[in-house]
Design a binder for this molecule. Structure first.
Ligand code: GRF
Length: 189
């Protein structure tokens, strides 16, 4: 059995897509959902799916007793699905090449601190890019700089808005993130 722990700060549509993908797979389990936002939709998803959840704050995530909690869930992979805080270096060391993130742009463009959600789509449109997309990558000590596992592109239409681009990007995310996680786990078994 391989255990995934999802970190998310927002609505959790990616978390839901991952839960749905692995529902039928006995060998891979979403063991815990961690959030830093008490009102995050992802916590309601955890409750509805009867998956353990944990609300963290800056103090908890910095304390290495948090590592013991992840170990108690026999965590094999940490999945960042819209998680807005930087992962502390001690956690990156403890889970080297076992933390994966999804970013809503074609990294290295439009990555780094402050580049998340609508800010990304706004910048892409303001810079008159003709394409954007998703990047699924391993997490290292630098924001959005780890090894890229998959990139998928979308073409911007005339008059594209941050909202219309966000929905195109979300569709790509929901199509590819869970499968990429599955490949990562099965290849690293
Ligand atoms: C996604 O767009 C992802 O690329 C970014 O945060 C967003 C999470 O959306 N990292 P959701 O909470 O999964 O709906």
């Amino acid at each position: 059995m391989k255990n995934i722990v999802i970190f998310a700060s927002g609505a959790g549509s990616n978390a839901q897509a991952i839960i749905d993908f692995f529902r039928g797979k006995d060998e891979i389990n979403v063991a815990l959902i961690v959030s830093n936002q008490s009102q995050a939709g992802v916590l309601a998803i955890a409750e509805a799916e009867e998956i353990d959840s944990m609300l963290i704050d800056k103090k908890i995530i910095k304390d290495d007793s948090f590592l013991e909690i992840l170990k108690s869930y026999e965590t094999d992979l940490i999945v960042l699905a819209g998680y807005l805080w930087k992962i502390p270096d001690y956690l990156i060391q403890a889970y080297k090449n076992k933390i994966v993130n999804i970013h809503p742009s074609l990294l290295p463009k439009y990555g780094g601190k402050g580049m998340y959600g609508h800010h990304v789509h706004q910048a892409v449109i303001e810079n008159k890019e003709t394409e954007s997309g998703i990047s699924i990558h391993l997490v290292n000590e630098e924001y959005d700089k780890g090894k890229i596992l998959l990139q998928k592109k979308v073409i911007l239409d005339d008059g594209e808005t941050p909202d219309s681009l966000a929905s195109k990007i979300h569709k790509l995310e929901h199509e590819h993130f869970a499968e990429t996680i599955n490949n990562l786990i099965t290849l690293n078994h």
